[in-house]
Design a protein around this ligand. Structure first.
Ligand SMILES: *Cc1c(COP(=O)(O)O)cnc(C)c1O
Length: 338
């Protein structure tokens, strides 16, 4: 099986496992795990922030961040297809007690000017608009990275309107590989950033939340309430350090492979169109009303795994465990006709 379902399916390499096996550990709830402390510092520094918090997943980093930024009854402004809304089990309502206001934008990315129309006036009838969440790259949109000028504009408008600015940066390093901006400069646009170590970077577990010292101190309390305080988790944090030190630069290979998949899919009669591929996510629209679940099952018979991605759409994702040879195999095996 060649697994294109997600960049979460990567398995830790021998070198990463060795780093994990040799990690120095301690009880992190007491602040005693040197490996976790090192990872949190490393991630924070990369994005020009004062502090970091190691969490079990990207959902947890996003949910902890949102819960710190808002009070129950407040409103979060995000894209209508944002992961924080669509794929986190209603966590914004459940965990933070906040409602949501949606922006249309394009391909999963917001148009910051829309914030002016969607922020609530200071009137007792309305929830207090408190936070803007961006996603870069934007998963549902097809893995597109924001133009850096749009990020800056969103930060400026949020600041002007007194709104906090959070980044769901599950794939932020894929975005930085496209826009060429240094992570520290980029990070200055956000109050908090969530970074997945367990996607294209290849660590088995974990995400990092970075922000100011004060913000992270509050986030640490919320993480504990969510049951996310971990003990000798330096073993997994070591995988995260290895990922940050070794697996960022190679993300461009994933982007190249995804571009090749775009070409392969485009040549199939059962594909109507493929969204222009920019990073490691390839989204294809099926031809003639084909059902996405049926197509995924059919392709599986040829030893290829991908996922349904909304009505009439399927998604392929490239990652650390997909080689150029796998792309050749895909080209050979993927049926011409369904
Ligand atoms: C994967 C992902 C997350 C977090 O997912 P976890 O599976 O909880 O780690 C958050 N945002 C985006 C855009 C994602 O793709």
């Amino acid at each position: 099986m060649i697994d294109f379902r997600s960049d979460t399916v990567t398995r830790p390499s021998a070198e990463m496992r060795e780093a994990m096996a040799n990690a120095e550990v301690g009880d992190d709830v007491f602040g005693d795990d040197p490996t976790i402390n090192k990872l949190e510092e490393l991630g924070a520094k990369m994005f020009g922030k004062e502090a970091g918090l190691f969490c079990s997943s990207g959902t947890q980093t996003n949910q902890v961040a949102i819960t710190v930024h808002v009070k129950p009854g407040d409103e979060v402004i995000c894209h209508e297809e944002a992961h924080v809304y669509r794929y986190e089990g209603g966590g914004i309502a459940r965990n933070a007690g906040a409602s949501m206001r949606f922006l249309r934008g394009n391909n999963g990315r917001i148009n910051p000017e829309e914030i002016y129309d969607q922020i609530n006036p200071d009137d007792q009838h309305y929830p207090v608009s408190r936070l803007v969440c961006l996603e870069d790259t934007a998963n549902r949109g097809g893995g597109y990275a924001y133009d850096y000028a749009v990020i800056q504009r969103s930060a400026a408008i949020s600041k002007e309107l007194g709104l906090a600015h959070h980044l769901d940066g599950a794939r932020v390093f894929n975005a930085l590989a496209v826009n060429g901006i240094k992570s520290q400069e980029y990070g200055a646009n956000f109050d908090s950033i969530s970074i997945c170590l367990s996607k294209g970077l290849g660590a088995p577990v974990g995400s990092l939340l970075v922000g100011s010292k004060d913000f992270i101190a509050k986030a640490r309390r919320v993480r504990k309430v969510f049951g996310g305080g971990m003990r000798q988790a330096g073993i997994i944090a070591a995988g995260g350090i290895y990922a940050l030190e070794n697996n960022i630069e190679r993300l461009v290979d994933d982007h190249k492979n995804a571009k090749l998949i775009e070409g392969i899919l485009s040549s199939k009669s059962w594909i109507d169109k493929v969204l222009p591929t920019e990073t490691n996510i390839v989204v294809a629209h099926l031809a003639g009303g084909l059902n996405e679940y049926a197509v995924v099952e059919k392709i599986k018979e040829s030893g290829i795994l991908c996922v349904p991605f909304g009505k009439g759409r399927i998604r392929f994702t490239t990652h650390l465990d997909v080689s150029e040879n796998d792309i050749d195999l895909l080209s050979e095996k993927l049926p011409h006709q369904l």
